[in-house]
Design a protein around this ligand. Structure first.
Ligand SMILES: NC(=O)c1ccc[n+]([C@@H]2O[C@H](COP(=O)([O-])OP(=O)(O)OC[C@H]3O[C@@H](n4cnc5c(N)ncnc54)[C@H](O)[C@@H]3O)[C@@H](O)[C@H]2O)c1
Length: 433
């Protein structure tokens, strides 16, 4: 243990035990910290105290069982005194796209009675600029303490990829943005006890903006590809082919278009920047609008094909927002299916091998075999690996819309040779027959 930990002890209190908080708590517990995890949901607390988990994440179940059985992780609905406090609660946006900081406020207020001289407070939730200074500090730190002398507060964003959280939470480079240089230094030393990536020091506001910038950058780049796909479609050209050819330029690297942008990060976080500086963010705002429009564009496309070819059964493959996960938050695939079901006269069959019918009750799901057999038009909405292995025989004599460019890149030449009528969003008129 380094000198900072000898000074500050080893008790850690983690507020919020979801996709970020629980892996963080489990990793710290496995490194010998005495971790007190807090969640407002009693069922989550009970599950964890049984040594079980309530979320899907590879290897997390084993790790949580090990550290709970070993006595290093305990969950509760109440915080307690600790040396280091983590805030890992949700930061959604309101219906008007403004940030909803109610969870950060509640968690900050909840730890205030337990924060003592010498403690560290870390905000890991993705947050709008100035949240650490203007929300966490005044709510979590009692007036008697001076930040940077008595209590050390920093913003440290998470950049993990779901499915690789236990690896990336340790191996990724981390950014530590303290309210003062002393805060940065203390928190940096703390992260260096369990992170193997570089721990980069900066200020709180820079760290906050950096995290949002990463997601806004992704969103703007995806928006470019999505705009291109709609432009190419309008002009009767194939966007995937254009991108493939343009990317042969040594300094061009365009992403693939898709059905839109989903998940609770990339489709939400850019609004935090747009909200903080409305007049300085026309591009970020436009990118959000382009990506939000893409599902509706695809629905119109499908609607036209259904009418032109008098289709009575449409099969939609995928509901989750990205490949091989069960996450439906902000999913454009789900949005498309909902809109098709409300607008089309055709029967809409839906398959998602990752979505459990026990948990998802909005409409019934169909086995993949049945959907492939019965559909006249198949729409690839989410690129789950199960959908990538459909054979040309299974897809023969069907119209196909490939919103992900996956069948396209694997199958376009072969499909044309096999007379599979491939109707990509950008090329349906030319290939559908
Ligand atoms: N999941 C990711 O891949 C990811 C990646 C980077 C950043 N983030 C950010 O991390 C933050 C947390 O995300 P998540 O995916 O872990 O969310 P989550 O919904 O999985 O978990 C949050 C947990 O916090 C609990 N909670 C809510 N209010 C609380 C309070 N006042 N006190 C204690 N617990 C409370 C909830 O019950 C929930 O279990 C968000 O800001 C998110 O944007 C998430």
């Amino acid at each position: 243990m380094d000198s900072m930990l000898e000074r500050n002890g080893k008790k850690v209190c983690v507020m919020g035990l979801g996709y970020i908080g629980l892996p963080t708590a489990a990793i710290l517990a496995s490194r010998g910290y005495d971790v007190h995890g807090v969640d407002v949901r009693a069922d989550v607390v009970e599950t964890i105290n049984r040594g079980e988990i309530h979320i899907h994440e590879p290897r997390l179940a084993e790790l949580v069982k090990e550290v709970v059985d070993g006595g290093n992780l305990h969950a509760s609905i109440e915080p307690c005194e600790a040396d280091v406090f983590f805030i890992c609660v949700p930061t959604p946006s309101n219906s008007d796209k403004s940030p909803d900081l109610s969870y950060v406020r509640a968690a900050s207020e909840a730890i205030r009675p337990y924060v003592r001289r010498g403690n560290i407070i870390i905000l890991e939730s993705t947050s709008p600029p100035k949240t650490t200074e203007e929300t966490v500090v005044p709510l979590a730190v009692a007036n008697e303490f001076e930040v940077g002398r008595d209590v050390f507060v920093a913003y440290c964003p998470e950049r993990v990829l779901p499915g690789r959280i236990l690896i990336e939470a340790v191996e990724n480079d981390r950014i530590v943005g303290g309210i003062t240089p002393a805060c940065t230094q203390h928190v940096q030393q703390f992260y260096e006890t369990f992170v193997t990536g570089n721990v980069l020091a900066t200020t709180a506001i820079t760290a906050e903006i950096t995290k949002l910038t990463e997601n806004a950058f992704r969103d703007v780049n995806i928006a470019f590809a999505n705009e291109l796909s709609m432009l190419a479609d309008h002009l009767g050209a194939d966007a995937f082919e254009i991108i493939e050819l343009a990317n042969r330029h040594p300094r061009v690297n365009i992403l693939n278009p898709g059905p839109g942008v989903g998940g609770h990060c990339i489709s939400v976080d850019p609004w935090f920047l747009a909200h903080a500086a409305p007049n300085q963010t026309p591009l970020i705002r436009a990118a959000r609008q382009v990506n939000d429009h893409k599902p509706h564009f695809l629905v119109q496309k499908i609607e036209r094909l259904v009418a032109d070819y008098r289709i009575s059964v449409v099969g939609c493959l995928g509901l989750a927002y990205k490949a091989d996960v069960d996450d439906l938050r902000e999913s454009p695939s789900l949005e498309i299916v909902r809109e098709l079901k409300s607008r089309l006269n055709a029967e809409i069959l839906v398959c998602d091998p990752y979505v459990s019918p026990d948990k998802f009750r909005e409409f019934s799901l169909c086995p993949l075999d049945e959907i492939v057999q019965r559909s006249e038009l198949l729409v690839l909405l989410t690129d789950h690996s199960q959908f990538m292995t459909l054979s040309s025989k299974q897809l023969s004599n069907k119209l196909l819309i490939d919103a992900r460019g996956e069948w396209h890149s694997q199958d376009l030449t072969a499909a044309a040779q096999r007379d599979v009528p491939l109707a990509t969003p950008a090329a349906s008129e030319r290939h559908a027959a």
